[in-house]
Design a protein around this ligand. Structure first.
Ligand SMILES: Nc1nc2c([nH]c(=O)n2[C@H]2C[C@H](O)[C@@H](COP(=O)(O)OP(=O)(O)OP(=O)(O)O)O2)c(=O)[nH]1
Length: 133
């Protein structure tokens, strides 16, 4: 079983809502709502990878010190084991514009269970509710 490290962010707006994005068609788990992020490139540090992914996927600039670790997902998929730290971030530059045209939503933490998400994400919702109400 190979271990896959993916980094993800919960961007939080001034109203304490969390940004989720719909996975594009053609990708694994397409159509499910997820926290923006992705896999590390060779030699990248986790925070560096997340800064890159947020700029590539959403067009926003985040600085690494603005990424605060909240919790992580550890989930066995059929062909790999996912380890995914979730960072929270309240500060960025720019306006969220999904590069691949994917749908995004600002959701209340307590409403996240209403969105179909990858199975790995279920344990991440509790800590977000604890943080944001
Ligand atoms: N970004 C993200 N990935 C998640 C979440 N939950 C979850 O199970 N995953 C899984 C789905 C994928 O197997 C993996 C992320 O891979 P990805 O395909 O989005 O990564 P990437 O953006 O680097 O994509 P690519 O270059 O390989 O196309 O993590 C989540 O909340 N956010």
């Amino acid at each position: 079983m190979s271990l896959l490290l993916v980094v993800a962010a919960a961007l939080i707006d001034a109203d304490n809502r969390v940004l989720i994005a719909q996975r594009p068609e053609g990708k694994q788990l397409a159509g499910l709502w997820e926290f923006p992020g992705g896999k590390l490139h060779e030699g990248e540090r986790p925070e560096e990878a997340l800064v890159r992914e947020l700029e590539e996927e959403l067009g926003v600039k985040v600085c690494a010190p603005c990424l605060a670790p909240l919790t992580f997902a550890s989930h066995a998929y059929d062909d790999f084991h996912l380890l995914m730290p979730l960072y929270v971030c309240r500060k960025w530059e720019g306006i969220v514009r999904p590069a691949e045209g994917q749908a995004v939503k600002w959701a209340r933490a307590r409403d996240l269970r209403n969105y179909p998400m990858p199975p790995a994400d279920a344990p991440l919702i509790g800590p977000l509710i604890d943080l944001l109400g």
